[in-house]
Design a protein around this ligand. Structure first.
Ligand code: NAX
Length: 335
């Protein structure tokens, strides 16, 4: 081992032959997620039909000649893929096609996450951090955790970071400032069209001063209607234009999410689907997106935010959808 480098860790990416993985693997392997001193052995899981394609991905990873990438394990066997992993990106599933409802996706995808939960339970490091990207991401994370009882439930999170990044970019564009000037936009609830993007606590740096976003925007109707609607439908808009679902931005968001778990957020808020304790009136025992801060690889829901009647109604809608998804998912799992 070279001086200054840590012991290698094993990281698995599922759906490794797919389009999100194609952008994500490079970010992981070059050190953007786990740090510049953390060598990686990358495990790549996909289905048997995709093994030839996966071999091409392996060749490209090799050809990137990345110093931190010290091993590559391509496989179609979840028992091999999850062996000894410290971090898992569960991307692989069936992507939503144009016109397809999320409910159609649910029954196809939930079973994948049951199998992978069992494999994590049997083979992964007990402190593995699991990020579920594959849709329906919140409910898949819940299912995965249910079938991995030896791993803390808090270690399973679902990705709403793409929604957060979209929301932050939209506010920055409205205010004509760089995206880094906007902080603490929140995504509540499900990664679906019922999500509630909320800029009420967000701040923007204007002329060196931190100003509340609602004060800077001065347009309540925009924040309550146009903004919410635009972010809720952004995924569908990308599909309509590209004829494929978001991939580059999804991979960037997955890397942001895991990097923040691994390296912490300081006092910056990030949104992620986490197991709900009923905070802010959300239903308990679903994976609900909250604003969190992270230190020592543990997330904590941001406390003491005021929830007005408008927000309460939005939280109820998305919470109800998650309860329905949970019921549907558990009945599929028991079949
Ligand atoms: P692709 O179809 O390009 O890739 C998916 C890959 O998963 C394929 O290679 C497929 O063979 C593989 N796969 C299927 N079943 C598998 C299994 N049981 N084990 C391992 N691999 C398996 O889809 P892509 O565009 O990469 O999207 C992947 C998932 O991300 C989809 O479910 C999509 O809906 C979801 N998304 C989630 C987002 C989020 O914010 N949470 C945003 C982007 C994206 O829509």
């Amino acid at each position: 081992m070279e001086p200054g480098l840590l012991e290698p860790i094993r990281v698995v990416v599922t759906g490794a032959a797919g389009q999100i993985a194609y952008s994500l693997l490079y970010q992981i392997a070059k050190g953007d997620v786990f740090g510049a001193n953390q060598p990686i052995i990358i495990h790549l899981l996909d289905i048997p039909l995709m093994m030839d394609v996966l071999q091409g991905v392996v060749m490209e990873l090799v050809d990137c000649a990345l110093p931190l990438l010290v091993g590559i394990v391509p496989t179609d066997d979840p028992n091999v893929a999850f062996k000894g992993v410290s971090a898992a990106f569960l991307v692989g599933s069936m992507p939503r096609k144009q016109g397809m409802e999320r409910k159609d996706l649910l029954s196809a995808n939930v079973k994948i996450f049951k199998v992978q939960g069992e494999a994590l339970n049997n083979h992964a490091s007990k402190d593995v951090k699991v990020l579920v990207v594959g849709n329906p991401a919140n409910t898949n994370a819940l299912v995965c955790s249910k079938y991995a009882p030896s791993i803390p439930r808090e270690n399973f999170t679902a990705m709403t970071r793409l929604d957060q990044n979209r929301a932050q970019a939209e506010i920055a564009s409205q205010l004509k400032v760089g995206v880094a000037k906007v902080k603490n936009v929140v995504i509540w609830g499900n990664h679906s069209s019922t999500q509630y993007p909320d800029a009420r606590y967000a701040t923007v740096e204007l002329n060196g001063q931190s100003v509340s976003v609602p004060e800077a925007i001065k347009n309540d109707k925009f924040l309550k209607e146009t903004f919410v609607d635009t972010i809720q439908k952004r995924g569908a808009a990308v599909i309509a234009a590209r004829k494929m679902s978001s991939a580059m931005s999804a991979a960037k968001a997955a890397a942001d999410h895991m990097r923040d778990i691994w390296q912490g957020t300081g006092d910056r808020w990030v949104s992620m689907g986490v197991i709900s304790d009923g905070s802010y009136g959300a239903p308990k025992d679903v994976v609900f997106s909250f604003p969190v801060t992270i230190s020592n690889r543990q997330w904590k829901i941001v406390p003491n935010l005021q929830i007005d009647d408008f927000s309460k109604a939005k939280l109820e809608i998305t919470g109800k959808e998650l309860l329905e998804e949970r019921d549907d998912a558990y009945s599929v799992c028991e079949q």
